[in-house]
Ligand binder design. Structure first.
Ligand code: C5P
Length: 244
């Protein structure tokens, strides 16, 4: 099992489980953050929580000492991405995402902004090809097949200063073969064996144990915990399956 080294930043997480707090309602989300957030290694906020109650979420995470993965997938001109990262509202933000498709200069600018924050800087993670894109859609936007696209964009992002990548579990083996042990690899699409989520739209899934054994550093889990009758129990059960 990976022992989650601090990598190139001072990011220290107590375990590799990241709770994806995809809840539109502030009271629900903050209640859950207080109740179970400290048992997860990180808590992820996407655009919905961030735009709805982001300030309070970050303040609460800061008070509770919970590292936040702010997953807003920036894709803009380098100057804007640089300024965006320097405008981060809270030291609780310990990981951010950009789209590799913003190109080398954008990823470099993002890394420079992270460095400027100092030794408690957020980890910079790049998204290659979103998993919903079919081969037809990739072609429609002028990109080669998924495998080539992920490899090309991943290599470019890592060479430009990204600390890691967001990948589907199916891409982990290739990623470790091509890029070695260093990049911090983040995987959504995690489904514990005993969990069936209704209307599930994840097509590339793996169990927490499998994703870790294939080299994932961070398992992003939302609905299997959020929709469980007892979210704390669901989170603890997942931690149990990975020996935490
Ligand atoms: O509920 P679930 O465990 O599927 O949540 C996964 C989280 O990871 C969601 O916040 C989703 O937006 C995000 N994500 C994903 N697939 C990707 C990239 C991000 O599910 N390819």
């Amino acid at each position: 099992m990976n022992d989650h080294p601090p990598f190139r930043t001072n990011l220290r997480i107590k375990n590799p489980l990241c709770l994806s707090l995809d809840l539109p309602e502030k009271d629900n989300a903050l209640g859950l953050l207080r109740k179970i957030g400290r048992e997860a290694g990180m808590v992820k906020s996407g655009p919905v929580p961030f735009l709805s109650y982001g300030e309070e979420l970050l303040r609460e995470a800061e008070n509770l000492g919970i590292p936040i993965f702010l997953d807003l997938k920036w894709h803009d001109i380098p100057n804007t991405v640089y300024a965006t990262i320097l405008a981060l509202p809270s030291p609780a933000v310990r990981m951010v995402t950009v789209h590799a498709l913003g190109g080398p200069s954008m990823v470099k600018a993002a890394r420079q902004a992270c460095e400027k924050i100092g030794k408690e800087r957020p980890l910079l993670v790049a998204v290659t090809a979103l998993t919903h894109l079919t081969e037809e859609e990739l072609e429609a936007v002028g990109l080669p097949d998924r495998n080539q696209t992920v490899r090309r964009l991943g290599s470019m992002a890592l060479e430009s200063g990204a600390d890691g990548l967001v990948l589907s579990p199916q891409e982990l083996s290739m990623a470790r073969t091509v890029w070695g042990p260093d990049p911090f690899l983040v995987t959504p699409g995690i489904r514990p064996m005993d969990v069936h989520v209704d209307a599930d739209d994840q097509t590339h899934t793996a169990t927490p144990e499998t994703a870790l054994s294939l080299g994932s550093d961070l398992l992003v889990v939302g609905r299997p915990i959020l929709r469980a009758p007892d979210p704390l129990l669901a989170l603890r059960k997942i931690l149990g399956t990975i020996g935490r």
